[in-house]
Design a protein around this ligand. Sequence first.
Ligand code: DX5
Ligand code: ZN
Length: 226
Amino acid sequence: MTEKILAPSLLAADFSNLKEQIEIVEKNGAKWLHLDVMDGHYVPNISFGSLVLKSLRKHTKLFFDTHLMINNPDLYIEEFILSGAENITVHVENVTHLHRTLSYIKSKGAKTGIAFNPSTPINFDMINYISDILDMILIMSVNPGFGGQKFIKSSLQKIYSLRKFIDSNNLDIKIQVDGGIDENTSIEVLKNGADILVAGSSIFGKNDIGQATRNMINNLYKNYMI
Ligand code: DX5
Ligand code: ZN
């Protein structure tokens, strides 16, 4: 079984106190930090930019998993990598030359991810054409833009089909799931083959962030695969 990873999403954190909160998730076993970058154009919300990554980079060893929900992501990729992003995920819906974009991310030394919104079908042929430069596929289980939304159940079928495709073709690509992940939905997505779980409200939204991190990580170690 491949390693399962929890990626707490900073979006749900108290922004007056970021350093302390990421120290808590790190001390309690998290290895990744999910960073939701929103521009108010691609999604109807504005979050934060590369300056926040740059400031936090000095204080943590967490893997900076950077989810770009912005128009013209190509213009900002280098800046995010220079600010500490170790992985850049772009949305397939708003990248014109996907192969070029992923190659560019690789050339700058970061890992690559592509995200699919809830209504976007996965084109498996397309995955074949980019599989050598693709490290992760992000299945959105809410419409991007906000934390705290309800998990969209149809994403489970998508995760399951993708798991089957990846395994039957022996591809080295991780499946990440993002949106509405809590102690219950995490079990469903793990059963269907997810590798990396993004969780905002169910970690940073809780009173005891450390306990919430440990609970979610404990879930990852149980083998739920169907
Ligand atoms: C939504 C973001 C998510 C968000 C998840 O557009 O991509 O990463 O932070 O938040 P929760 O876990 O609260 O659904
Ligand atoms: Zn995200």
